[in-house]
Design a protein around this ligand. Structure first.
Ligand code: KG4
Ligand code: ZN
Length: 320
């Protein structure tokens, strides 16, 4: 039997981490710290808004409306965006359009491609995993969602356990992107990992990763792709059998941060090809969180005359 090792590798130096050392443990667990995120939002929001306006040579008075994410997400960060926006709404006397983050991910594709309703959407991010039929700007039929953890959250956790934040090539990447990057050098057959990924956790905790982080990344990415693709295949068949999607021109849209992953995109393409569907994904920079998708969702709602608030008293702040 293999000896259980409480050590992990430091990619930069080849040194081993000491899992009992508090500093190392904290690095492994580090993620978004809500009060820190809130402070960074406070420090940057004004500058970012100004830069966006000057980059597009638009004066605030030219704006048609102000669109802001109100849910779901970290309450502390959303609160900063909302109070900043409400101040602008008051100063500029513009209508306000509250945005649902996942609606924005789903509609981004209509900014980059000509896509008519209805279409099937797969939203895979750090907080969500869902399949829905998009019948209109704000008309979503939820077909299924994750019962436990979102794929991005899972990939981030694996990346943290593998200390990829210390990897010279991966240190500036999100966990999911680091896994994708490292997986290219790995062998996905090396570890026999199956859902619910307990074995991945065991492999890492038993110190088997010493030279095998790339193999674990490849295996985890593969199993993530398989799991998502199976559910998506089922959803496509469900929609086709019930005529919920056009027979000849059915579209599957994949969006959210994890949809920037090209391995997962290729896996989805196998299913869309087999079911005579077209797979469409926004470019990676528009799959991961961005302000453009929120503005676009505002335009979609403005055009459809939906959810536009003229009285800021009507805005109820209910992050979920
Ligand atoms: O949509 P998003 O930017 O934020 C949320 O709404 O959560 O998604 C972030 C998630 C993170 O968990 C990140 O690790 C993951 O998307 N992600 C990726 C890739 N790029 C970002 N996952 C897999 N492959 C990628 N290339
Ligand atoms: Zn997102």
């Amino acid at each position: 039997m293999k000896e259980r090792k409480e050590v992990k590798m430091n990619f930069e130096s080849g040194e081993l981490f000491d899992a009992a050392n508090r500093d190392d443990r904290d690095k492994r667990k580090s993620g978004i710290i809500p009060p820190v995120a809130q402070q960074l939002h406070r420090e940057n929001i004004q500058r970012i808004v100004q830069e966006a306006l000057s980059a597009s040579s638009i004066s605030p008075s030219d704006l048609s409306a102000i669109a802001t994410t109100i849910k779901p997400g970290l309450a502390l960060s959303l609160g900063v965006g909302l109070s900043f926006s409400l101040q602008l709404v008051g100063q500029l006397k513009k209508p306000f359009i509250p945005i649902h983050h996942m609606e924005a991910h789903a509609l981004t594709i209509r900014l980059t491609n000509k896509v008519e309703f209805p279409f099937l959407v797969l939203l895979i991010s750090g907080g969500h995993c869902l399949l829905a039929l998009v019948q209109g700007v704000s008309d979503f039929l939820l077909l299924g969602k994750s019962l436990d953890i979102a794929p991005g959250d899972m990939l981030d956790k694996v990346a943290r356990r593998l200390f990829l934040v210390k990897h010279p090539e991966c240190s500036t990447m999100s966990g999911g992107k680091a896994i994708e990057h490292l997986a290219k050098q790995g062998n996905r057959f090396h570890f026999d990992i199956t859902p619910p990924l307990q074995r991945a956790k065991n492999c890492i905790e038993q110190g088997q990763i010493l030279s095998s982080a790339a193999d674990i990344a490849a295996a985890v990415q593969h199993i993530t792709a398989c799991h998502i693709v199976k559910r998506t295949h089922r959803a496509i068949l469900f929609c086709k059998q019930r005529d919920l999607l056009p027979q000849n021109n059915a579209v599957l849209v994949a969006s959210g941060g994890v949809a920037s992953n090209f391995y997962i995109r290729r896996a989805l393409e196998i299913v869309t090809n087999a079911t005579q569907c077209t797979l469409l994904c926004p470019p990676p920079r528009l799959c991961t969180d961005n302000g453009i998708m929120i503005a676009w969702n505002g335009i979609e709602r403005l055009r459809a005359g939906m959810g536009i608030l003229h009285d800021i008293e009507d805005i109820r702040y209910e992050p979920k």
